[in-house]
Design a protein around this ligand. Structure first.
Ligand SMILES: Cc1ncc(COP(=O)(O)O)c(C=O)c1O
Length: 275
């Protein structure tokens, strides 16, 4: 089910700059019991992305209303919001008057086995690197070629996520998730100033840790620091918090802090459902 600029259709004009250049942004949101979860946080990141790319943000109340309209009676799904610069302009040059395109779509919620949450997943380091670009870092823009190439590096269902480094050998995030690790009781997560997406769940996890006396260290780390961790986990809006039980040949236990964070996220999710 789709809403394109408020109407029930989904055929975007081929001249749309989102299609031509990836000139736009997106949000992927969990829908539970008719409610798009953590919507204000998603809209805030979308707003920041629009400001960064100089795209006029559609009215937030309009996006909220349309999201609510699509989610009526939906038990569980994934809501994707795409905002592009719309059509027009000559080549890369933007049109003088920008009319953004907004597309909201509902997609089936992926069914992952319970053991991913409970026992953890297997991850691998990817060869494909993330380019350093502070202007594009943090936002969820439409150009995801690095993630697509990284995800093409493996086909086996025995591996659930790939971890990506930048060209300075810093570990940044997963192909579809943010990365955390615990060492000596301290929660570590890569600083996302050069590349990567500042995830909504990442934000919730950091807020929860800070409120629960878990020290958080946000800085740049190399591969060895991650492999030397006591606990490792990845996060995103659809998977929630997945512990990692193995990266390449290195095994990890699912530790106390990971369990506490999983509970914290479950509580935040439940509280948001009832809002
Ligand atoms: C590359 C990448 N990083 C991080 C995330 C996590 O973002 P969020 O927690 O907002 O879902 C995603 C989610 O799709 C992603 O694709």
């Amino acid at each position: 089910m789709f809403l394109l600029n408020g109407e029930r259709r989904h055929c975007v004009d081929v001249s749309d700059r989102g299609f031509q250049y990836g000139d736009g942004l997106f949000e992927t949101i969990e829908v539970f019991q008719s409610k798009p979860l953590f919507l204000p946080r998603h809209l805030k990141r979308l707003q920041k992305g629009c400001e960064r790319l100089l795209i006029p943000l559609p009215e937030l109340t309009l996006l909220e209303d349309e999201a609510a309209q699509l989610c009526v009676g939906v038990e569980r799904a994934v809501l994707k919001i795409i905002v592009t610069r719309g059509s027009g302009g000559r080549g890369y040059r933007q049109p003088d008057s920008i009319v953004p395109t907004r597309l909201l779509g509902l997609h089936p919620f992926p069914q992952y086995p319970d053991c991913f949450q409970r026992d953890g997943i297997v991850a691998r380091f990817c060869e494909q690197r993330l380019a350093i670009n502070p202007v594009l870092a943090g936002i969820k823009h439409l150009n995801r070629l690095e993630q697509v190439l990284a995800r093409a590096e493996w086909r086996s269902d025995d591996v659930q996520e790939g971890l990506m480094l930048d060209y300075d050998e810093h570990v940044v995030e997963g192909t579809m998730s943010n990365l955390f690790f615990v060492k000596n009781g301290v929660l570590h997560t890569p600083l996302l100033v050069n590349c990567g997406i500042t995830g909504i769940v990442r934000e919730i996890v950091i807020d929860f840790a800070l409120c629960n006396n878990i020290v958080v260290c946000e800085q740049q780390f190399d591969k060895q620091s991650v492999l030397a961790a006591d606990e490792v986990f990845v996060t995103n809006s659809v998977i929630g918090v997945w512990p990692i039980r193995r990266i390449d040949r290195q095994c990890f236990g699912v530790g106390r802090i990971t369990r506490t964070i999983q509970q914290g996220y479950a509580q935040a999710r439940e509280a948001d459902t009832k809002l």
